[in-house]
Each structure stands twice: as C-alpha cells, then as structure tokens.
Ligand binder design. Structure first.
Ligand SMILES: [Zn+2]
Length: 166
C-alpha cells in the first residue's frame, strides 16, 4: 500500500509507504486528503489508511547537496538492514576498515548487524568473500527529505506496523 505525497502547493512530490505517510500525519506534518482500504488499528486509535496526503510545509526538492554523514543517517539510509546479510542492523561498518585508511564517508559506511560486524573485524569484504547488497552512496532525493521530516515522530513508531525496506 503506497501513499502519494503532495507538496504544500498540491503538486505530487513522491510516493511513500502508507506507514511513512501515517507517521507524517501523526506528527502533524501532513494531513490526509484521501483514504483508501482497511483502517489501521493501533492501541488507542483507528486510523484510515491514507492514499493521498498533503504536506503542511513546502519542500523544495533538492537536486544536489551535501549531507553530513552520521551513524543514524547511515542506518536510516540503509533502512536498518545489514549491508552484507540483510538482517536488522544496529551498528555501522567501515567497508574499508578505519585501521586501513577507510574514511568516515557515505561511500565507506554501511548499516551492519552485530554478527557481521564482529566476524568482519578489520577485513575488507573481498577478503571475507562477501558482497555488499548495494553500493553505498550519499543519500539524495525527495524521499530522503521526507524521511528527515519524520525525526520528531519517533514516539509513534511503536504504534505502527513495521515496513519492509522501501
Ligand atoms: Zn549482517
């Protein structure tokens, strides 16, 4: 189930999961324009599944910009899924280990589960015979900007069903 996000000027901005849309609505960042399908039942409320939401604040789509790298940012970029095995990740791994000159950069950091991180240690993926599931890069684009809007809405995450990585 996907939700269309309209910018504050009513122009279509992006398509996100309904979970992400609900987070924005619950955080007061957007309002529901149209609902569709089965309601979502939470501990305190029953909410309609939004099919279209309208952002309250205008987002200026960014084409190129530099985002400061952070552990949280890397985990969010990689949807908290290990870059090597795909399992839930709570740590960040330097693809080229820091001890061997690896940088703290978007290109050299991936979300990593504790197990892979411990096993990998100071090795490179090729030394381990491992392959990254994707090529790490600086996050860009509108969906990332929408994700950033969700930051103060973390208290709602327990209310919502988990989603698979978009
Ligand atoms: Zn892993």
């Amino acid at each position: 189930m996907r939700t269309l996000v309209l910018n504050a000027g009513y122009e279509p901005l992006a398509v996100v999961t309904f979970r992400r849309a609900l987070v924005l609505v619950l955080a007061g960042k957007a309002s529901v324009v149209a609902e569709d399908g089965e309601p979502v039942v939470g501990p305190r409320d029953v909410l309609g599944r939004p099919s279209v939401i309208l952002l309250h604040r205008y987002i200026r789509p960014r084409r190129t910009y530099v985002t400061a790298v952070s552990r949280r940012g890397v985990l969010r970029r990689d949807a908290h899924a290990c870059g090597y095995c795909g399992k839930p990740a709570h740590t960040v791994d330097h693809v080229l280990p820091r001890s061997r000159g690896g940088a703290d950069s978007w290109e050299n950091l991936v979300a990593c589960c504790l197990r892979c991180n411990n096993v990998k240690g100071d090795h490179t993926p090729s030394e381990m015979g491992w392959k990254l599931r994707f090529t790490p890069a600086e996050p860009v684009g509108v969906v990332w900007q929408i994700k950033e809007l969700e930051k103060p809405a973390a208290q709602w995450s327990a209310f919502l069903v988990p989603e698979t990585a978009a």
